[in-house]
Design a protein around this ligand. Structure first.
Ligand code: CA2
Length: 152
């Protein structure tokens, strides 16, 4: 691990989250992903961490980035979006690394369709935050900071 890794959280966002704030505001609100990045980055800076904030619609890219995070980051915040409910590949990538992963969902997936109740991420994640909208990213940063503080 290098010096940058010790100060950085990788924040990964999966498919369609680039549409936040432009479609389906009744489900996902009116805040854009860029606005979530800005508020999360500002909050992380107050805790002494930088964020490497990314979005992709491609499952394999999420797998590549999770593997990269094993050496580039101190923790990973992951909203895998729909791949949460389908991806054994993402499950295996998280299981293979040693940095903590916090699973985040904007919506309360347990109050939605049954197919969203199962996650391939949760059993290999350090913890899960869902239902708090964009504030979930702030809660995830604080969870990682607290975990790392407890470990040191
Ligand atoms: O609540 C979440 O954060 C989800 O991860 C969002 C995913 C969904 O498949 C998960 O079950 C829960 C969907 C992200 C799609 O985002 C959109 C945003 C605006 C318009 C359309 C889709």
């Amino acid at each position: 691990m290098n010096d940058t890794a010790s100060q950085t959280f990788l924040v990964l966002n999966g498919p369609n989250l680039n549409l936040l704030g432009t479609r389906e505001p009744e489900t996902y609100g009116s805040v854009t992903l860029s606005e979530i990045e800005a508020s999360s980055t500002a909050h992380a800076a107050q805790t002494g961490y930088a964020l490497d904030f990314r979005q992709t619609n491609i499952e394999g890219t999420l797998v590549d980035w999770i593997q990269e995070g094993a050496t580039s980051a101190k923790g990973i915040i992951l909203n895998a979006a729909a791949y949460t409910h389908t991806s054994v590949a993402i499950h295996d990538a998280i299981a293979a690394i040693n940095v903590p992963v916090v699973e985040v969902h904007l919506s309360n997936v347990f109050a939605r369709e049954e197919y969203r109740h199962h996650s391939y991420v949760s059993d290999v994640a350090a913890g899960v935050i869902c239902g708090f909208g964009p504030h979930g990213y702030i809660l995830a940063i604080d969870a990682l900071v607290g975990m790392l503080r407890d470990q040191s």
